[in-house]
Design a protein around this ligand. Structure first.
Ligand code: CDP
Length: 275
C-alpha cells in the first residue's frame, strides 16, 4: 500500500514523509518564520528547508498555507539559477527535494536590501504616495534585520557608523541589488508580470583571504511584489497580508507562467490510496 499524488506532479504524501525524515536527521542551525536551516553534508554548506508557514506584520498575522514551501523552494531555485546564468553570484547550489535546497553558507549582512520600481507598501505610506506610481528610477532602501524593532529603515550613515557594512560593501550591495532588479524585472515582464519591489539579503563568503558578497536567503513571491500587467492582480504575499484570496493559487500562477510548474499541476498533495 502506498500513497500517490492524484495528478502525478505535486508533492506526494509519501514524499512528504521521506523529506520529513531526512529533515529530522539533520542538525538544526536556525529556525526562522518561513524557513529552517540545517547543517549541510559538507563544511561550508547549509540545507535550507521551506516551511508552509506564512507571517505578516512582524508575525502578528500567522497561518499555514499548504504548498507554499514547495512553491517557494522551486521558485527560489528558478530565480537563483537565472542569476547564476547571467553571472550574478548567489548562494544556491542545488535543490535536494520538494522542500529543501543545498546552499553555500554565508555570513549574512544584517540588512534587508529593498529595491522598488513602483511605490507600494511602507514607502507609499511613508511618503503619502498612491500605490503603483512608477518611480523615476529604481530606489534602493536598507532596513536593519531586527524583528524586535520591526526591521526599521536605516540610512547609509547608520550602516557606516555602526559598522554593519563598509563603504566597499555598500558599493557592491548596490550593484548586486540593481543587477538583480534588471534581471528579475525582465524575467517577470516576459510573463506579463510587473516587478513592483522586492527584498534580498546579502552574505559574505571567503575564498581564502579574499572576501566577496553574494545574494543569499531566497527570492520568491514572499519577498517580492508582483502584479499582473494587464489586470493589476496581486500575485505575491500581499494576497495573504490583505486577505485577497488564495496565496497558493497566486504563487502557482507565477510558477506556471514561468514554466517552473507544469500547467494543470498543483503543489498540494492530494493523496489517493493505491492497493
Ligand atoms: O512588505 P511591507 O509592506 O511590510 O514592507 P515594504 O518595505 O513595502 O516591502 C518592500 C518589499 O520587500 C516587498 O516586496 C516585501 O514583500 C519585501 N519585504 C520582505 O520580503 N521582508 C521584509 N521583512 C520586508 C519587506
Amino acid at each position: 500500500m502506498h500513497y500517490e499524488d492524484a495528478n502525478g506532479s505535486g508533492e506526494t504524501h509519501l514524499q512528504r514523509l521521506i523529506d520529513g525524515e531526512s529533515m529530522a536527521r539533520r542538525k538544526k542551525i536556525y529556525e526562522g518564520k518561513a524557513k529552517i536551516l540545517f547543517e549541510g553534508p559538507e563544511p561550508g554548506t547549509i540545507v535550507q528547508y521551506f516551511k508552509d508557514d506564512a507571517t505578516a506584520f512582524n508575525a502578528e498575522k500567522k497561518d499555514v498555507i499548504e504548498g507554499k514551501g514547495v512553491l517557494n523552494n522551486m521558485l527560489s531555485e528558478y530565480f537563483m539559477n537565472g542569476l547564476t546564468s547571467v553571472g550574478i553570484p548567489n548562494h544556491f547550489m542545488k535543490r535536494l527535494n520538494m522542500r529543501e535546497q543545498l546552499v553555500r553558507s554565508v555570513e549574512i549582512i544584517p540588512l534587508e536590501v529593498i529595491v522598488r520600481n513602483y511605490s507600494a507598501g511602507t514607502m507609499a505610506k511613508r511618503l503619502g504616495m498612491e500605490e503603483g506610481t512608477q518611480l523615476p528610477r529604481p530606489i534602493v532602501e536598507y532596513c536593519l534585520k531586527e524583528d524586535k524593532l520591526g526591521d526599521p529603515l536605516v540610512t547609509e550613515e547608520h550602516i557606516a557608523a555602526f559598522g554593519w557594512a563598509s563603504q566597499q560593501d555598500m558599493d557592491d550591495i548596490l550593484s548586486l541589488a540593481l543587477r538583480v532588479n534588471d534581471f528579475l524585472s525582465g524575467v517577470m515582464y516576459g510573463v506579463g508580470i510587473k516587478l513592483v519591489d522586492f527584498k534580498i539579503e546579502i552574505g559574505r563568503v571567503y575564498d581564502g583571504d579574499f572576501m566577496r558578497l553574494i545574494v543569499a536567503d531566497e527570492i520568491s513571491p514572499d519577498s517580492c511584489r508582483l502584479w499582473d500587467i494587464e489586470t493589476g492582480q496581486k500575485l505575491d504575499k500581499d494576497v495573504f497580508r490583505r486577505d485577497l484570496g488564495s496565496l497558493t493559487d497566486a504563487y502557482t500562477e507565477v510558477a506556471k507562467r514561468l514554466g517552473v510548474m507544469p500547467k494543470g499541476a498543483t503543489p498540494i498533495a492530494r493523496p489517493t490510496l493505491i492497493n
